[in-house]
Design a protein around this ligand. Structure first.
Ligand SMILES: O=C(O)CCC(=O)C(=O)O
Ligand SMILES: [Fe+2]
Length: 249
């Protein structure tokens, strides 16, 4: 039950003054910022960068980031990060990848696709941890859970060129993306590759959601800002990209 005094406002825009929020199902540690003296909580506002493109700064606080990182360590033990390759040319990506969930996004000389198993070990992807499913529930506004969670690991020099997330996905569902570790310069543009672009710094714990009119925008990572986070002991950045996939008939 949300605060009845503030009907209709999305959680990130609620501001409760004069009383501590008592909201069943909410986890104040990851959603509420400001004084924790029981009197006033100030939510970090979500920022709409373009229609359908919503940026949630500090979505995960430090304990939540550490908790998610521990879950990711389990995932990379079961499904090791591997070097994906570009379709046709076989050129290696600078980003290493793995997945969790029923389906994983993979890329090799044959193209981009979703598949239920790791391309090198042949094992099914590990299940999506609860923290990731909860983030999707809180951020996506979509009534069904994600099928695929792509885990991208960026070394300090890694980047990702401008692209659209436009494979076998349900485009009615947004893409939810979580960042951990070093800050990244995220570039975003429009539906046409030649549309003007802007960039935003994604820091550890930030989330960005692209849905509706922004679902198919071009985006990429220009570069990392090394040394900006001490979450990953060796530096670098982890990104989680959650998507709904069309079930093949
Ligand atoms: O690392 C990021 O923030 C973006 C990742 C991305 O665009 C993708 O995996 O499709
Ligand atoms: Fe993408």
């Amino acid at each position: 039950m949300l605060n009845p005094a503030l009907p209709g406002l999305p959680p990130q825009n609620r501001l409760l003054a004069g009383q501590a929020p008592v909201i069943a199902g909410e986890r104040p540690s990851t959603r509420w910022h400001g004084a924790t003296n029981g009197i006033r909580f100030l939510p970090m506002p979500a920022l709409t960068l373009a229609p359908g493109l919503v940026y949630h700064p500090d979505y995960l606080d430090r304990p939540a980031q550490e908790n998610l990182l521990a879950a990711l360590r389990g995932i990379t033990r079961a499904a090791p990060l591997y070097v994906p390759r570009m379709p046709r040319t076989g050129k290696p990506f600078s980003v290493r990848m793995t997945n969790c969930g029923a389906l994983g996004w993979v890329s090799d000389v044959d193209g981009y696709r979703y598949q239920p198993t790791h391309p090198e070990t042949g094992a099914p992807w590990p299940p999506m941890p609860g923290q990731i499913l909860r983030a999707w529930e809180e951020l996506s506004g979509y009534p069904h859970p994600p099928d695929a969670c792509l885990v991208n690991f960026y070394e300090p020099s890694a980047r990702m060129g401008l692209h659209q997330d436009k494979d076998e996905e349900e485009f009615d569902a947004p893409v939810v993306s979580l960042s951990l570790g070093d800050t990244a310069l995220f570039r975003y543009g429009g539906l046409d590759r030649k549309d003007p672009t802007k960039s935003v710094r994604l820091r550890s714990g930030d989330a960005i959601v692209f849905g509706g009119p922004a679902r198919l925008i071009h985006h990429g990572i220009d570069r990392l800002l090394p040394g900006t986070s001490d979450l990953l002991p060796q530096g670098g950045r982890l990104n989680l990209t959650l998507r709904r996939v069309k079930v093949p008939l």
